[in-house]
Ligand binder design. Sequence first.
Ligand code: ADP
Ligand code: MG
Length: 666
Amino acid sequence: MDISLGSIRGIGPARLRAFQAAGIESVRDLVMFLPKDYRDLSAFTPLSEVRPGDTAAVRVRVAGEPSQRRARKLVITKVYVTDDTETMAVVWYNQPWLKEQLAPGRELLLYGRCEARGASIQFTSPAIEREAGLLPVYRAIPGIPAKALRQSVEAALKVCEGQWSDELPEALRRRHGLCERNFAMRNAHFPDSREALEAARRRIAFEELLLYQVALSLHRGRNEPGVRIDFSDDQIEAFWRALPFAPTAAQRRVLDETARDMRGPWAMARMVQGDVGSGKTVVAFGAMYLAWAGGYQSALMAPTEVLARQHYEGARALLEPLGMKIGLLTGSLTPKQHRLAHEAVASGAWDAIIGTHALITEGVEYKNLGLAVTDEQHRFGVRQRTTLGRKGDAPNVLVMSATPIPRTLSLILYGDLDISIIDELPPGRKGVRTRIVPEDKRQDMYGFLRSEVRAGRQIYVVCPLVEESEAVDARPAEQVYEDLRTRDLPDLRIELVHGRMKPADKEAVLERFHRGEADVLVSTTVIEVGVNVPNASVMVVENAERFGLAQLHQLRGRVGRGSDEAWCFLMAEPNDRLKFLCSTADGFKIAQKDMELRGPGDLFGTRQSGTIAFGVGTMAGDTQLLKAVHDEARALLKDAQSPDSQTVIRLAEQAYLQKFREAAAN
Ligand code: ADP
Ligand code: MG
């Protein structure tokens, strides 16, 4: 199984390089590259029953000559298809070669999304499949067409057929009704049936989660005594008094839990979860203040430059009057500023350092780091999360997560952390009224936006893309910006910001918006985390169907920060998923639903834990499975000398522990 990929049919030198660039080096790696999703072509929907917004599989005939035309940068191929219940248009963008394949009368299996076009509906860029059944969909690998990828996996599976030795102890497998490994691998890629797929997933998920959890526990078991920080209860009160508002009871409780850990003999490893807007930052600042009160430095790492700067400003305003010196360290400093920053960190001239991952790059030496805080931790990998905690001498670690995670799941994914939850919003928040806006109501909405701006409010417009894309049918930010500026809202002051801009330019735009010098900010999701403009009262999300629910919830958290009524408009055809978002403001419920529907990739970033996303994907909603894994891991570790425990521990070490240790070592 460690045979070279090059020996597989269809993989020449160029594809080999493409696979290697994606971290796939051997036949084994390729087989472990599990689908992110499946297309269900095991049953077909009659065209007459297809509704706008549906994703459907249909079996149809080409019902006429295909046509092709150009519009802007696009080549549009269009053809009519029929299945005798109905005739419908199908459109593809920038795939001119398809025209050759669309001979009248030819039978097609199509899988894709339907959209309303005026009074009729059409399929937009559906996949053309060759066979029926449950078909795997893989994460795209640059340089390898989807079809070739599928064929390569199929060939790799053939090579491995029957060769996986099942390493999980048999008693354990029987206890939990887990299927055999060869069966699991084959059916994870090319399921014989829904049932076989479920069994395969359960098996793979169970194994991954179990090994991950065991490794985390072992890793954590290593925790040595940490920095012990002394401060008084009076100092906690002094911090709360310095705030311009009264803390919520939940904020108090969570800072108390944090304070208890920091005073204790063991290095704190705590995660603070709280819905967007629940006021996590203040708790982080409180912990940093207490570290200083006890004579230690602290560091706060944010995922973006924008957010780091915002925290820096906030920390200065709050903590400098209390006597602390705050410093900023990000990647965009000049070499000279960089050198000075390093000196200030090393000499202790700075009591608290706020920055991006520049905080954990080589060469940053702290004088006496007592507390390491990571904000929006789901944006970082495990590796980065642990690295900040290894700077200096086993400092206390606090991670802040805006993604509420169902309790059972966080037990597993963050088994190495204690968890505090801020389950209360500051008083006076009105909540964000969320509405789905179909295309034919767009102009009405612009009217509403104008009246909001006239009333002195500001507006975010968020788009999934920066520029036009072949692969994705969505209005890019650049185009939305142009349309608003020249056609839809020419009387308003409109700005554009996206992730491909230079940090300084991005900064300048956000700064202008913050100061109220722009009415509308068109952006990609760069504004998702952090940016705090209390005067913004409306968020418009273009192509809302492209976002995960948890992400949309994060996004709308950017408005409703002031006391004004706040609105979020989801530009999309109505569907159940989006309706759910309109109906609740509870981040935990939304996160749970999102994981059930889309898997946790969005929540955790798939890189965070390798292939773990596959298993957790459909299993996140399966509380029983999660609990079974948790209990099994505990039982195994309790009886660590038994042969079965030894086997699992060895597997866990191979799979994860080594990675954790490497991360810890640098
Ligand atoms: P998040 O948990 O999403 O990181 P922030 O820490 O950014 O939330 O806080 C959101 C806003 O709420 C900030 O403007 C902050 O100043 C304000 N805030 C935090 N705690 C309180 C409170 N107890 N009362 C009133 N406003 C608060
Ligand atoms: Mg925050």
